[in-house]
Ligand binder design. Sequence first.
Ligand SMILES: [Fe+2]
Ligand SMILES: [Fe+2]
Length: 348
Amino acid sequence: MHRLEWAKFSTETAGFRGYDGAEATSRRSAAPMSDAPPLTDQQVLERIKNHQLIESIEHMSPAYLEGIKRILTVSADTELISAPAYYNPARAAPSLNPFGSALAIIQDELGHAHIAYRLMRDLGVDIDALIYDRDPAKFKYPYAFDVPLTTWVELVMANAFYDRAGFVLLSDVFGSSTFGPWKRALVKVDKEETFHLRHGENWMRKLSQTTEGRREIQRAIDWMFLLTVEWFGLPDDKKRHTEQLGFGFKGKSNDELRQIWMSTAVPLCESLNYSVPAHFDQATERYVLDVPFPLAFDAENKRWLIDEGEITWDAVLGRWKARGPMNQQYVDTIQRGHKELKSLLAAA
Ligand SMILES: [Fe+2]
Ligand SMILES: [Fe+2]
């Protein structure tokens, strides 16, 4: 078999046994997938009410399919883009061992992206087009990743904050999702995300032993904390895709997930005597921010424009939609090899 054909064959048949690959492959070959999901919303909700998971497109309604594709795209894009975002600061690792740990984390993230894109392929999505032909601005990952991570300290703070956000979101999906193949795959993903955030915590403790380390960590907290608070999306009263809760794609609301993230991120920073723009309010038993929110962000200087006061969520949506400084470069990194191979094959 020609090498390229063999590579394609291997990818199609052998690489995805981790979650449900063999079953998904045989199901696909035994019964070609129909284009449109056949059930009504009512039938899907009935199935969910009977505690039966949604296993394939045959168990979906058009709205369920649309919703699960949307949440899978966000998850897959976030995992994928974290690889180039983490690779730059990984190269600033203080020695070979931490560099190896950072590469292991990047490899995990690529595996997580692989799982989510593979599930979308089973739902009829053209994954090659989605990954390699999509306009960079159309990728759907949190804005935080568009701001460059340049130092080892920023990488470990990303582990402590961003991977924690990923862990909170995916733990909720794991606990609540009605989509069986994803739910099962997340057992492995959750364990790996725990390793990533512990990596961040351990390095925070280690780097906090020097004045210079403490100064750099505080500087990273100052711009990264609120970007992670934003990560959880619009506040509940402004949220548009309400079917995510109705169909059980996730269990908790954006604001609840934001609270869960703060309930461990804030004590972590406080335990090491760093200042964070949030505290636990005894009266309401909730974490509250100490600065106006949402705020305008100066991405070039990694600085929140607190003096300008609270802005509207529409303005935040505008910034997210326009994407930030690294969007083009990270997506180019991901798409470059595929485009080069395509032009080589075309010329052959
Ligand atoms: Fe991940
Ligand atoms: Fe991670």
